[in-house]
Design a protein around this ligand. Structure first.
Ligand SMILES: C[S@@+](CC[C@H](N)C(=O)[O-])C[C@H]1O[C@@H](n2cnc3c(N)ncnc32)[C@H](O)[C@@H]1O
Length: 440
């Protein structure tokens, strides 16, 4: 372990330092939270290996060795998101209202995006962004798996949002890139790449992101800032900067179960592995004050060609028992259901324009995995239903064709009550439509 880091922790923790070092030798704790839209699924999970999170509603710790939930088909059905138990507190502390407009500035892989966006109604909006293209792609896949209809996924430097969405957001999540000191128990790479220079480099980026966040918030909007690191440069000093330079104040976060206050900042939360069951974290909630007139964005207009509209309508009529969404947006024959409050994003790389329904190809519509994952058994005219451990589910996830019956065309594979993917049947064979990149 780096000497400078050890010295820093001794200064912060004083006589608790040996306990902290001992805790770093223990295995990291794993947890998940249930998808609020699918939470009856808890009945299918093995209670022997899960235990409720101490504060997070619908959050659970679990034993990954004995119960590798990431490998279960239920994971592919989007029934839960596996997230570190300290990271879960970020959205727990953000008092989300159903119609909030939220920006998650550094969102990949999407733990906080999925937790927050799944609490919003169709009057709300989440823009989930990550600057790294590959990470933004993973974020987009996780948004899809969680069945989110109100979420736009972008891949840009979040400073760019300032040009068009100043004063637009009710809440901003800034889970900042940081020096990762809190992840030393989970990741050797975090230990190896730590240096004081890295702390200062991260602090520089964080400062830019914090300035942008304050400008992007509505007057009376809230910013939740978090890092998985312990040093005060990236934590309390950043918050103090905001308090000194902006019309804002700290909202006190309620501490329990071993959560510690910030350093000379009672309202914030610090999490240490020798006190709290999870990795190292810092969280602060900032209330912006002010009178600025909220910015009115230019909204994204629904546009779709007549021909593509007919293809989508025909697909819904033939295979589904639900209505075609009201606002359709056609991006190069990729069809999205958008919501009236979606802003137009100019010059920003958008990976997901909202709820992706599928692609119009020549004279047919090919439905997406995103559409499949939002359907219930009553919504579809044809389906096959299996149990978690049935061989057909394993075969399907491998990408194999499974034996059909006398159905024709598109249907959905369900695992218990939860959709997994579309298939297309002909000649008694249910052709596999599970995306190649997700097969396992
Ligand atoms: C701590 S992780 C975010 C974890 C995520 N919030 C979650 O809950 O799954 C920080 C993210 O910041 C992104 N990042 C790095 N530099 C950035 C920058 N300059 N602007 C925005 N995001 C950045 C990284 O790609 C990384 O995905």
């Amino acid at each position: 372990m780096n000497r400078l880091f050890e010295k820093q922790m001794q200064d912060i923790l004083k006589n608790e330092y040996p306990d902290f070092m001992k805790a770093l030798e223990q295995p990291a704790v794993k947890a998940f939270y249930l998808n609020p839209h699918k939470k009856e699924a808890i009945k299918y999970l093995n209670k022997e290996f899960i235990q409720p999170h101490v504060v997070v509603k619908d959050g659970y710790y679990f034993n990954y060795e004995k119960y590798p939930l990431g490998k279960s088909p239920f994971f592919s059905c989007g029934l839960y998101y596996i997230q570190e138990p300290s990271a879960m507190l970020v959205t727990h502390f953000l008092n989300i209202q159903k119609d909030d407009y939220i920006l998650d500035m550094c969102a990949a892989p999407g733990g906080k995006t999925c937790a927050a966006a799944s609490q919003l109604s169709e009057d709300g909006l989440m823009i989930a962004n990550d600057i790294v293209p590959l990470r933004a792609k993973i974020l987009s896949e996780n948004v899809e798996r969680f069945g989110l209809k109100n979420t736009i996924v972008t891949n840009c430097d979040p400073l760019v949002f300032e040009n068009q969405l100043k004063g637009f957001f009710d809440k901003i999540i800034l889970d900042a890139p940081c020096s990762g000191e809190g992840m030393f128990r989970k990741s050797d790479a975090a230990i190896e790449t730590w240096s004081l220079e890295k702390v200062h480099e991260c602090a520089h980026i964080q400062r830019q992101l914090l300035d942008a966040a304050m400008n992007l918030l509505k007057p009376e909007g809230q910013l939740i800032y978090s890092t998985c690191t312990y040093n005060t440069i990236e934590n309390e000093e950043q918050i103090q900067y905001l308090l000194n330079h902006y019309n804002c104040s700290l909202i006190p976060l309620k501490k329990s179960h071993g959560m510690s206050p910030g350093m000379n900042m009672e309202e914030a939360v610090r999490l240490y592995p020798h006190h709290y069951q999870g990795e190292g974290h810092f969280i602060a909630l900032i209330q912006k004050h002010g009178e600025m007139t909220p910015f009115k964005s230019k909204n994204l207009k629904p546009v779709i060609s007549k021909q593509n509209q007919l293809l989508v309508q025909d697909f819904y009529k033939t295979y589904l028992n639900c209505k075609v969404p009201t606002y359709l947006y056609d991006n190069n024959n990729h069809i999205y259901a958008i919501l009236p409050q979606f802003p137009e994003l100019k010059g920003i790389r958008v990976l997901r324009n909202g709820f992706y329904l599928g692609e119009c190809k020549k004279n047919r519509f090919e439905p997406s995995l995103a559409l499949a994952l939002t359907l219930q058994i009553n919504d579809v005219k044809q389906f096959y239903r299996f149990h978690e451990n049935d061989q057909e589910v394993t075969q399907y996830l491998h990408g194999e064709t499974i034996e059909g019956s006398t159905q024709k065309g598109y249907g959905i594979i369900f695992v218990e009550d939860y959709p997994l993917s579309f298939y297309k049947e002909s000649n008694h064979q249910a052709k596999n439509l599970y995306p190649k990149g997700l097969r396992r």
